[in-house]
Design a protein around this ligand. Structure first.
Ligand code: ATP
Length: 598
């Protein structure tokens, strides 16, 4: 999509609001025409070149009236601008967010969360800015046209001599702003490298000390600081030069008018009023040129923002950005929201399907996924999970165990193969495999800066001892007792730091507090000692009823409980069976089993 089409589509999202904004700002920009003419009248009356039609007080009243009207218009203009800008920005953020949330979990964003947040904030802001300035450019062009018409009628030669050099100076300065943009981008990047280095240093104090790398880290920091200093200096210098050109251009123009007007005034062909109107309009015409340049800069930035937002869509068409979607901002809109009714319908439909879809059997047929950057992944996985069974996926490091469970749960986009739930193909795995159908504990659990209770419940209501049961099944009761405020202790990045095992058991409790037909654990036991792990599986077996379990593990405590074991090797299933069968038939399994014993 071209930047112009992007701009047009955003305007067409709320054309009436955009038009109202354009009308308001055009009037604001045209408003100075009147005081200019009144001032001319006033000065001409002083020199006796014309009679004052309304008297001195009349002129003062007119000037005051014009000023008050402009202030009122500016207030209206701000309201119309905010109303339009906000809707446009919200539409962009809404559409990108919807797209991101629909992506398989592991591929939601192609960059770090920090970068994605900056796209959501800065790129949308820059787009808003460009669309908003298109209105100003239109208004200012109207002013420039009308004022030039008036000035040419007064003295065409003077208009040309005063404004042409001025237009050239300001345009040249404007062109130099593209260089400023480059310096600005470079200084921003250098600054972000410095702040990134500070946060890395604070985060890795121990690692730096252990590696004895203090000196090298300090040197690297100094180098980054030096680079930042150089780029910032260029940026500041260029900014100051351009600012001084812009702020002095009016003085420059006034000087030119004085030089040229002196002779004409002596001849009597140029009145004091004419001089006043030239100087008065000069400020606004200079502003027009500067602001038009600003619009061009914002337009360029908008094109970069469009590229970056499109990259966030990972291959989807840029049209996604401007799809007309309701925002439900006003109370009336919110009440009329059809989504409410649809939401209820959807919930009913889901619960109806869930009632139907008690898990009897899951079948994976020819499931494949390849990571685009490494070409690794899983190939042609065929697997059946019967109701109430306990399946363990095992294998060497990097053999594809995590990829397999993530592909099954729709967290990675399956490239080939199908998953059937009770014989029926599941179309959208990501939307389907959610509680109460399935619950999942990832290899690296994520904790929020919140209480332990809220980290486990994640918004679920606490009832009939569900939380206590989940904590017991996850072997967490001892940890809860020893936390100062028990379940109300703040944990996560800004609270008590839990050990790896505690974090994993918190994630397990989070999963177990949700009733699910299928529980999926990815290497839950990797940070647990043997005794705790044994307890965990025992309790899980006692608590889970006939729920089905799919577990990634290489530990005997899990393998010994398994109804079936899948041995992965290089992205494929290398062998399957019970521990007893595999000990007889599979070399790889024997290595895993005895490797742990040794
Ligand atoms: N995000 C990724 N991008 C590219 N390649 C990946 C990615 N994640 C994993 N891989 C590769 O895919 C293969 C399978 O990885 P996977 O994490 O599924 O293995 P695993 O058996 O779970 O390993 P582990 O026992 O270490 O958890 C590995 O070769 C790995 O290097």
């Amino acid at each position: 999509m071209s930047t112009l089409t992007f701009l047009w589509k955003l305007i067409m999202y709320r054309p009436y609001r955009y038009s109202a904004n354009a009308v308001a700002w055009t009037l604001i920009y045209l408003a100075p025409i009147a005081p200019g003419l009144i001032t001319k009248q006033f000065f001409d009356s002083l020199t006796g070149e014309s009679a004052v039609a309304y008297g001195t007080w009349g002129i003062i009243a007119l000037l005051l009236g014009a000023a008050v009207a402009r202030v009122m218009l500016i207030i209206v203009g701000f309201i119309t601008d905010v109303q339009f800008r906000f809707r446009m920005g919200m539409l962009l953020r809404r559409n990108v967010l919807e797209h991101v949330l629909k992506q398989p979990g592991a591929r939601a964003i192609p960059c770090s969360p920090g970068e994605a947040i900056s796209h959501f904030r800065d790129d949308v802001d820059q787009t808003e800015e460009a669309v908003s300035w298109s209105v100003d450019s239109f208004g200012m062009t109207c002013f420039a046209a009308v004022s030039c018409f008036i000035l040419i009628r007064i003295d065409a030669q003077m208009t040309l001599f005063v404004f042409l050099p001025l237009v050239l100076v300001v345009t040249a300065a404007q062109l130099a702003t593209s260089r400023l943009q480059k310096y600005r981008a470079a200084s921003r990047e250098a600054t972000s490298k410095v702040t990134g280095a500070i946060s890395e240093m604070f985060g890795n104090v121990q690692a730096i000390q252990v590696a004895g790398a203090e000196h090298r880290v300090a040197q690297r920091f100094r180098r980054l600081g030096d680079e930042r200093r150089k780029t910032m200096l260029k940026d500041r210098l260029m900014t100051e030069v351009l600012d001084s050109i812009f702020s002095n251009s009016v003085n420059l123009g006034t000087g030119l008018i004085l030089l040229l007007a002196a002779q004409k005034m002596r001849d009597g062909s140029f009145s004091v009023g004419d001089f006043a109107v030239f100087v008065y309009y000069l400020t606004f015409v200079t502003q027009f040129i500067t602001n038009f340049g600003k619009f061009l800069t914002f337009f360029k930035q908008m094109s970069v923002a469009l590229d970056r937002l499109t990259a966030l869509l990972q291959g989807a068409s840029a049209k996604v950005l401007t799809v007309f979607n309701p925002l439900y901002l006003s109370k009336g809109e919110r009440n009329a929201r059809p989504a409410k009714a649809e939401g209820v319908k959807l919930e009913n439909a889901i619960s109806a399907r869930v009632d139907e879809s008690r898990l009897d059997r899951i079948e994976l047929n020819g499931l494949s996924y390849r990571y685009p950057d490494t070409g690794r992944g899983i190939r042609n996985i065929n697997l059946t999970l019967e109701r109430g069974s306990f399946t363990v996926i095992t294998g060497t490091i990097g053999s594809g165990k995590t990829t397999l469970v993530r592909a099954l749960l729709g967290l990675l986009p399956v490239t080939e193969g199908t998953v059937r739930w009770n014989g029926r193909i599941v179309e959208d795995l990501g939307a389907f495999f959610i509680p109460p159908r399935s619950a999942y504990t990832a290899q690296m659990p994520r904790l929020y800066s919140d209480t332990l209770r809220n980290n486990i419940l994640l918004g679920l209501s606490e009832h009939d001892g569900n939380l206590a049961r989940a904590i017991h099944a996850a072997v967490m009761e001892y940890d809860v007792e020893h936390l100062q405020l028990g379940l109300d202790t703040m944990i996560g990045p800004r609270g008590v730091k839990l050990s790896g095992g505690q974090a994993q058991r918190t994630a397990a409790a989070r999963m177990l507090v949700r009733d699910a037909e299928l529980y999926v654990f990815d290497d839950l036991s990797s940070a647990l000692d043997v005794e705790t792990e044994q307890k965990l599986w025992d309790r899980l077996f006692a608590a889970r009823g006939d729920a089905t379990c799919l577990v990634v593990s290489h530990r005997k405590a899990a393998l010994a409980h398994a109804d079936q074991i899948i041995v992965m090797e290089d992205g494929r299933i290398e062998a399957e069976g019970t521990a007893e069968q595999l000990l007889q038939s599979s070399d790889s399994f024997r290595k895993l089993w005895f490797g742990e014993a040794s």
